[in-house]
Every structure is written in structure tokens, then in C-alpha cells.
Design a protein around this ligand. Structure first.
Ligand code: MTE
Ligand code: MO
Length: 383
């Protein structure tokens, strides 16, 4: 693999691996603004960053189980109605490092920032598919059925030098309310190379792995994509499954992510002065389920206070329609009195009353994905 043509990057990113480039946001930057700045947004790659430099010739072909395959150029995609969707992108491996402390897991070690919130703008996939004769769907069908496969320009070793790919059900792809985008903008600016320039998929409410960057072509297929990242990775196994007894085909590819929250205004271990402390962080759930409540404890989880939540404070490019926040995180804030050394804990409840597990033990899995256990930080009171 050739890593000689990587884009420039912000020195404040916390690098977890250089080749491929995997880096996350400093905790404090996640709560400095509702939309995560592009430069500091986490970057999750499986190979070198491709360079698409001839934007006039760049096109996405759509083929497979359709009568009239078509090539769409950027101008065709830009001609469709432009939608801005505020959505949190979260890697399934977010918070993996904490899970690995209970028992070793395989994968890139992430703290709490393999996640970010952005305003993605582009064409709705449902509109794009209509151009090739696939009607819009407003009714959700049962599992099974056709999938829409996204194949990228980048190459990776997991696919034996082939392109990164993933798929979503056709029923989701053609449902305008699912807000699946072919995005060319992030936070009001042209997509950067690291985040998929010139065009990427955004599947709101679903683990980041399905939001394919550097889209090359779309294939309408009879069943879900057989690629590595759908079949041999990003599946949630029970704690009893290990590398000797794993049977990948026994589990479905992970799609929606579960309810998650983390404290970002403090590191894992902190020395603070006694008195009032404002604790800030994020809470988000997948599948379009909003956050109902965020609880903060200053005694390791015995007693809780409800935090204040806030969304889209003073961001001009966020559309103001009613549903504009259903895919996006809330930031939370709680001011608490700390007099002695303790553990501060956060947990969130989503709109379906789903809660986070207390520890990683119940949800431990060998790939270390979906660590949504209560997030804890230690404070030592000093002077
Ligand atoms: N798309 C391509 N083409 N190649 C990749 O390696 N990584 C996926 C997804 N899309 C990936 C990809 C994963 S695992 C995640 S979490 C998100 O992109 C990360 O998107 P970001 O780098 O824009 O934050
Ligand atoms: Mo990911």
C-alpha cells in the first residue's frame, strides 16, 4: 500500500495508527461545539486515502438488478434537491480501549472520540435511486430482500487489495425518511479527502462502517453485501465466543448503534480543586431514537442527577425543521459539587427507554465493538 499521498492533518488529532490513518478528537474539542470541526473529526480508514482529482470525469455508476444501469456525474447528483442532515457518525469501535481492559479484544484502540456530529449535505439516496427507475418506498419491509451495495475507490488488505464496501437494505435506501445521503458537503464545506471527497454515503443512526467514503459505484444486489466488513467484522458476538470457536455466519452485520454517552470535559483521571465542577459530554442513540434523559452520578453510580441537554446552539447552516435532530447527538451539562475524591459516571436513556449497561462484562465481545457501558472518570481532589 502506498501512503505517500495522504492529506495534511491537524496536529491536535490523537493518532491511534498512522498507516492506515486512524485518529480521534481530543475529548474537550467534542464538547466545544455542537458540530464537530472537520479538521478534528475522527478519521477511520482501512487503507491509503484515494485521490480523486478529475472531478469532471468522476462518476458513480448504478447497476445490478435494475433494467437501465446509469452513470451519474457530480453535476447530475448536484441537480437533485440538496438536503442537509445533522447526524452523528460513530465507529462501532468507539470506547474499545475501555472494553479491552476487562479482557483483550482485537481492533484499533479508541478512547471516547471515535464519534462526531456534523451537518452532511447532498442528495438523498432515495432520489438518486429514483433516477434509475427504483420507486421510493415509504413502508418498511421485513428483513431479507434486496440490498444496495456501496463500493468505494480505496483499496484495503482486508478485501485482499479490493475496494472497501458495505450495503444497506433497499427498503432503507429508498425510504426518504431514512435520510440516507450521498453527501458532498460536511459542515457547509466541500467534503475533505479524509472524509470521502468527492462523494460519500451517510447512513444516519447506523454504525460508521456502512457510511462508505469515496463512492465508486452502487450495485443493487439480491441479498446483503458479502464483503469482509459486512461478514467477517462489525458483528456483535456474545461474551462466550472466542477466536477458536467463532462462526461468523451465525450473526447479522451490525447496523443501528445502541444508546451511548460519554463525559468529555474530563480525562480518565483528574486532579481538581474542591467545589463546583461542570461536567460536559455527549449522548446519542441509533435508529433515529432521540435521547430522553442523561444521568450523572458523583458517587460512582449510587445517586444520580439529571443533566441539562442542548442541541444546535448558534449554528447557522443547520436547517430548522422539526425532525432535524433525530439523528444527532445531544450535548449535556451538569454542575455538581465535589468535596472528595470520587468517580463521576454518566449514562443515557433513549426515546425507546433503552439504557446503557453498567459494566462491559455483559457486552464484552472479541472484536471490542459497541462498548456502551456507563462511562466513568476519576477525580482526585487536591489543592
Ligand atoms: N469507507 C471507505 N471507503 N473506507 C473505509 O475505510 N471506514 C468506515 C467508514 N467508511 C471506511 C469507509 C468506518 S469503519 C467508519 S467508522 C467511517 O467510515 C469513518 O468515517 P470518517 O473517517 O469520515 O470519520
Ligand atoms: Mo468504524
Amino acid at each position: 500500500s502506498d501512503y505517500s499521498n495522504e492529506p495534511p492533518r491537524d496536529p491536535c488529532l490523537i493518532i491511534n495508527s498512522k498507516e492506515p490513518f486512524n485518529a480521534e478528537t481530543p475529548r474537550s474539542a467534542l464538547v466545544s461545539s455542537y458540530a464537530t470541526p472537520v479538521d478534528l473529526f475522527y478519521k477511520r480508514n482501512h487503507g491509503p486515502i484515494p485521490l480523486v482529482d478529475d472531478i469532471e470525469r468522476y462518476c458513480v455508476s448504478i447497476s445490478g438488478l435494475i433494467k437501465n444501469p446509469k452513470k451519474l456525474f457530480m453535476r447530475d447528483i448536484r441537480m437533485l434537491p440538496k438536503y442537509a442532515v445533522t447526524a452523528t457518525l460513530q465507529c462501532a469501535g468507539n470506547r474499545r480501549t475501555a472494553m479491552s481492559k476487562a479482557r483483550a479484544v482485537r481492533g484499533v484502540g479508541w478512547d471516547v472520540s471515535a464519534i462526531g456530529n456534523a451537518v452532511w449535505a447532498g442528495a438523498k439516496l432515495a432520489d438518486v435511486l429514483e433516477l434509475v427507475g427504483i420507486p421510493k418506498l415509504t413502508r418498511i419491509t421485513q428483513s431479507g430482500g434486496k440490498h444496495v451495495e456501496f463500493v468505494s475507490v480505496d483499496k484495503c488488505k482486508e478485501e485482499k487489495g479490493g475496494p472497501y464496501k458495505a450495503s444497506i437494505p433497499l427498503s432503507q435506501a429508498t425510504n426518504p425518511a431514512a435520510d440516507v445521503l450521498l453527501a458532498y458537503e460536511m459542515n457547509g464545506e466541500t467534503l475533505t479527502r479524509d472524509h470521502g471527497y468527492p462523494l460519500r454515503v451517510i447512513v444516519p443512526g447506523v454504525i460508521g462502517a456502512r457510511s462508505v467514503k469515496w463512492l465508486d459505484y452502487i450495485d443493487i444486489i439480491a441479498e446483503e453485501c458479502q464483503g469482509f466488513f459486512m461478514q467477517m467484522d462489525y458483528k456483535m458476538f456474545p461474551p462466550t465466543v472466542n477466536w477458536d470457536n467463532i462462526v461468523w455466519s451465525t450473526r447479522r452485520p451490525q447496523m443501528d448503534f445502541p444508546v451511548q454517552s460519554a463525559i468529555c470535559s474530563l480525562e480518565d483521571v483528574n486532579v481538581i480543586k474542591p467545589g463546583k465542577v461542570t461536567v460536559r459530554g455527549y449522548a446519542v442513540s441509533g435508529g433515529g431514537r432521540g435521547i430522553e434523559r442523561v444521568d450523572v452520578s458523583v458517587d460512582g453510580g449510587k445517586n444520580w442527577v439529571e443533566a441539562t441537554k442542548y442541541q444546535k446552539t448558534g449554528i447557522p447552516y443547520i436547517a430548522d425543521d422539526i425532525d432535524s435532530d433525530k439523528w444527532a447527538w445531544v450535548l449535556f451539562e451538569a454542575t455538581i459539587d465535589i468535596s472528595h475524591s470520587t468517580e463521576i459516571v454518566v449514562k443515557a436513556v433513549d426515546s425507546a427507554a433503552n439504557v446503557q449497561p453498567e459494566t462491559v462484562d455483559e457486552i464484552w465481545n472479541l472484536r471490542g465493538i459497541l462498548n456502551t457501558s456507563w462511562h466513568r472518570v476519576h477525580v482526585r481532589v487536591g489543592h
